[in-house]
Design a protein around this ligand. Structure first.
Ligand code: UT7
Length: 327
């Protein structure tokens, strides 16, 4: 039987506090011109002290529940994609489950950095297909500002905070469509990581002194594998569904860098007007970037239940993925 993911509703949480490129010019040696030309980012949102990824994720989830007219008791599966979870453990999904009061839901996190939301969608499709779960709440939530070094110009200009949530059920009629392609290559792990705080390098005064509790990135090398892996993810996903790029109504790429998006779009040959971009307002919100973009595209009427939508991402690990849905 053909099954697909039916999107019931979406929600987002965007912090109020804006950090502009002009603000960053006062913090590190950079310029608005460099940031805009090299990344496409004009500003990003930052959560207040004391606000966690779980807080933003729960806020986005509440909006999705309201938009669906559902209560927390209707959710039986919660999956959270995050690289900036509230704790090493318990999972941020469990934190959010408790905040929502979704007591009967099974809750767990997926660790795939910026590709995490697409990993979650793929796992949700499989789990819902078994019949063991009926209604899944999938969240991408990040407060990368808490693990960003605001004296490191090579990273602090890129990242932002936010969360996006999606409620999905399983469709089994002929209307829908679901295809996915995921990949990983751990040999690239050193290109983007958080060195300390795990069992490899437990947190200590020394790790803090050396700023090893902040994101470290080799952006230039990552850039090259990003374009390659996203292109592979897109082509493989489309070919599994026998869909051509010309048939797509909307492409939602992970919002990491406008130059990465432009290279991808050029390689795929997708019309620019069919590509959703919001990086100028939020920067790179990692696992939250695709659900935020999807929510905005829906709200702006750029897609509906008949649209063919391809979402494609890459991230630390490295990981990559594509998910094609109708709706
Ligand atoms: O979601 C996955 C997460 N990561 C990514 O997506 C990152 C992918 N990579 C990128 O987006 C780009 O590589 C960056 C935007 C991070 C950097 O752009 P780039 O064109 O690759 O620059 P670069 O690292 O090669 O650096 C070029 C120059 C260097 O100076 P020198 O050595 O040529 O004198 C850097 O020190 O730009 C300098 N630089 C900056 N200058 C002003 C690096 N960051 C800044 C900055 N402001 N913020």
């Amino acid at each position: 039987m053909k099954t697909y993911l039916k999107v019931v509703s979406t929600g987002i949480a965007i912090p109020d506090k804006v950090i502009s490129n002009a603000d960053l010019e006062k913090m590190v040696e950079t310029s608005d011109d460099w940031i805009v030309t090299r990344t496409g980012i004009h500003e990003r949102r930052i959560s207040e002290n004391g606000v966690s990824s779980g807080d933003l994720g729960a806020q986005a989830a509440r909006m999705a529940l309201d938009n669906a007219g559902l209560s927390a008791g209707d959710i039986d599966l919660i999956m959270v994609a995050t690289a900036s979870g509230d704790h090493l453990f318990p999972s941020t999904a469990c934190i959010i489950q408790n905040k929502l009061g979704a007591k009967q839901a099974t809750a767990f996190d997926i660790s795939a950095a910026c590709s995490g939301f697409l990993y979650c969608l793929t796992v949700a499709h499989s789990l819902l297909s078994t019949g063991s779960f009926r209604t899944a709440l999938i969240i991408g939530a990040e407060t990368l500002s808490k693990i960003t070094d605001y004296s490191d110009r090579s990273t602090c200009v890129l990242f932002g905070d936010g969360a996006g949530a999606m409620i999905v059920t399983l469709g089994t009629d002929d209307k829908g469509l679901f295809a996915s392609h995921l990949g990983s290559d751990g040999s690239y792990a050193p290109l983007l990581n958080l060195p300390a705080g795990g069992s490899r390098l437990p947190a200590s005064l020394e790790t803090v002194r050396q700023d090893l509790h902040y994101i470290k990135m080799n952006g230039n090398e990552l850039f090259k594998v990003a374009v390659r892996s996203m292109e592979e993810a897109a082509i493989m996903t489309l070919s599994k569904a026998h869909v051509s790029t010309a048939q797509l109504d909307l492409l939602i790429p992970h919002q990491a860098n406008i130059r990465i998006i432009n290279s991808l779009v050029k390689r795929l040959g997708v019309e620019e007007k069919k590509v959703y971009v919001n990086i100028e307002r939020y920067g790179n919100t990692s696992a939250a970037s695709i659900p935020i973009a999807y929510h905005e595209a829906r709200a702006q009427g750029l897609c509906d239940e008949n649209s063919l939508i391809l979402m494609v991402a890459f991230g630390g690990g490295i990981t990559w993925g594509g998910v094609l849905i109708r709706g």
